[in-house]
Design a protein around this ligand. Sequence first.
Ligand SMILES: [Zn+2]
Length: 178
Amino acid sequence: MEYDSEFLEKRKLEGYLTPKAEVREIAGKGKGIIAIAPIKKGEIVSITGGVIIPVSEWENFRESYGDYAYFIEEEFLIAPLDPKNPTDEWRMNHCCEPNCGIKGQIVIVAIRDIEVGEELLYDYAMTEVDPNYEFNVVCHYSSCRKIITGNDWKKSELQEKYKGYFSLFIQEKIEKQK
Ligand SMILES: [Zn+2]
C-alpha cells in the first residue's frame, strides 16, 4: 500500500495551540513554544493534530517522521501531516521538569500556573512506550535523566510525579501493574 499525500490528507485531524502561546526560535534548541500570556494550571494549551498511524504501518513512516510522532494507544501513533513543516502544537520540547502534561491522549494541559515568557514543556515519558526509543536531552535540572527512553514510564518515581498526566493508555498500564 502506498501512502501518498492524498491518502494522508484524508486522514488529517486539525490541531490547536492556545492563543496564549506562540512558536519561537529558542537559543541552542531550535523551535519551541513560549507563553505570551499567563496560563492557569489545568488550562488546555494544545491539542495535537495530524494523522493517525497504526503501529503495524509505522515502519513505512519512521524514517521521514523521526521524532515527530508519539503513541496515543499501544497500537496507534499520531504524527504531523508534514514532518518537514509540522504545525505549531508539534513544537513542544521535552523537559525533565515539565510545566505541561497529557490529558487523555492528544490534549496537553498546564500542570501548574505558567508565566509569560516561560517555555511550554512536557516529558516525553508521558507518551513514549517504544522499548527501543532513546533520546538524549540536557535540561540543566539536577533531575535531568540525560537519556529519555521508551521504558521511563515504568520508573516508580515518574509514575508518582506524573500521576494523571501520562497518556491515558500508559496510565492504564501503570494501574494494571499495581
Ligand atoms: Zn532532562
